[in-house]
Ligand binder design. Structure first.
Ligand code: AMP
Length: 458
């Protein structure tokens, strides 16, 4: 299938070609015609599937009727509103809007907290057609009357499940009261908890359900491995992995802000250029760290879950769980930072004896086993004494053999049935010419000991 066959305008097709996309991803192929037809859409799609373009492209196509080059703010009313859970995601989505609207005379901006509100007010007062916002900051603007949402034609809730997790539902419902009743609604979520379904039934009209990715699944393009290691040895092992594998760009997760600061500091001592990002850092510091990480100036970005949500880093080769998350869903989100757009990635977890129960929870959720590979000299022997030691011994004796992912049925609590025209597919392969930076390796080199790295879906 081609983008041309989806009925998008030539100006949008030109921008898509400039972005290097040759064909639509499954979510784009399915969602774009439905959005163009004017229906509400409720889509189950993880980040990395191309979901941003699946709502942005048809929205731009329909809003193109409002194009104008007038300098009068009255001629630039907000027509498309996209709500996102984090500042980083809002900025990222707006960057996509700009990319795809480069040949259109439509204005866009993003507003989020953690930065001064005045420049945002000035920009909103000049007028924009497309606004990307985090809920809290948007409410601030609504209270200050710096924005008027009465002409909104499209509302998109991006990563609705995260907005729910982060406690934004009351804010979102308050924002609804500023919107006109006649509008098209699009909701994107990786999972459909009861509250999301309730919200959807409250504000959407007969939505078309589309799902392309398995819920609570990790992409097949990511090789997952776990190393049993005592807490005291984690830092040394991590530095060794980064150096031995010659990892130029690695995103490392810790569970706490202080843990992130401490680890970044310790990596610097090991001559690994590292920076921590978390919610105590200013927005400017977070944006700068992210930009430098993307440019390859920072080798290791140490992040907490909140700070890393929704990050889209092209070709990120490796994610490390320095500590396992206590919620298995967070593992899926963390690992989803790599192996995006069909390109291979690696997810390494350092697992202390105390964390073994979290590993079991994760394996249950993703319905696959993560190979445990013991590295002598890292205190792994203590794991053998921890509960569940049989599994560990079996793995280490047999040369960890990953279990092939079983097919994942929708959870019983999720009752919707896709319409016949909607095909449910696995996580898509996005075809794009790989972007390789000078000196950057595509494949992750074989790791330390033992030398064989095992694909999770062998
Ligand atoms: P998203 O799921 O929206 O975060 O997108 C994940 C990545 O896929 C982004 O880096 C997009 O630039 C890229 N992408 C989106 N659509 C396509 C496409 N049709 N072909 C190739 N890459 C794409």
């Amino acid at each position: 299938m081609s983008f041309e066959s989806l009925g998008l305008s030539p100006d949008i097709l030109r921008a898509i070609a400039d972005a290097g996309y040759t064909e639509p991803t499954p979510i784009q192929a399915q969602a774009i015609p439905v959005v163009l037809s004017g229906k509400d859409v409720m889509a189950g799609a993880q980040t990395g599937t191309g979901k941003t373009a699946s709502f942005t492209l048809p929205m731009l196509h329909k809003l193109a009727v409002h194009q104008n080059t007038s300098t009068s703010p009255a001629r630039h009313q907000v027509r498309g509103l996209i709500l996102a859970p984090t500042r980083e995601l809002a900025a990222q989505v707006e960057a996509s809007v700009r990319t795809y609207s480069k040949y259109l005379s439509l204005r866009s901006t993003s507003v989020y907290g953690g930065v001064h509100i005045d420049p945002q007010i000035a920009e909103l007062r000049r007028g924009v057609e497309i606004l990307v916002a985090t809920p809290g900051r948007l409410l601030d603007h609504l209270h200050q009357k710096s924005v008027n949402l009465s002409q909104v034609e499209f509302l998109v809730l991006d990563e609705a499940d995260r907005m729910l997790d982060m406690g934004f539902m009351p804010d979102i419902r308050r924002i609804f009261s500023y919107l006109p009743p006649r509008r098209q609604n699009l909701l994107f979520s990786a999972t459909f908890a009861e509250e999301i379904k309730r919200l959807a039934s409250d504000f959407m009209h007969d939505p078309q359900l589309i799902e392309v990715a398995r819920r609570n699944a990790t992409a097949d393009t990511v090789t997952q491995v776990a190393y049993p290691v005592a807490n005291d040895h984690k830092r040394r092992l991590l530095a060794q992995i980064i150096k031995n594998e010659d990892l130029k760009q690695v995103l490392i997760f810790t569970n706490t802000k202080t843990g992130a600061n401490r680890l970044a500091h310790q990596l610097m001592h090991e001559d690994i250029n590292a920076v921590a990002i978390h919610s105590d850092k200013t927005q400017q510091a977070r944006m700068q760290a992210l930009a430098e990480f993307k440019e390859g100036k920072i080798r290791a970005l140490v992040a907490t879950d909140i700070a890393a949500r929704g990050l889209d880093i092209d070709d990120l080769p490796c994610v490390v769980n320095f500590e396992l998350p206590h919620s298995a869903e967070d593992y899926v989100h963390r690992v989803g930072r790599t192996g995006r757009a069909g390109i291979s990635g690696k997810a390494i977890s350092l697992v202390s004896p105390e964390e073994k129960r979290y590993l079991s929870d994760i394996e249950k959720l993703i319905k696959r086993a993560i190979p445990l590979e013991a590295l002598p000299g890292y205190g792994a022997e203590r794991l053998a004494e921890a509960p569940g030691k049989d599994r560990y011994r079996e793995r280490t004796n047999e040369r960890a053999r990953p279990v092939v992912a079983r097919s994942v049925e929708p959870e019983p609590s999720v009752q919707y049935v896709p319409e016949p025209s909607v095909e449910i597919t696995e996580i898509p392969e996005i075809k794009r010419a790989p972007i390789r930076r000078p000196g950057q390796k595509r494949e992750v080199a074989a790791l330390l000991l033992p030398p064989r790295s095992i694909p999770a879906t062998e």
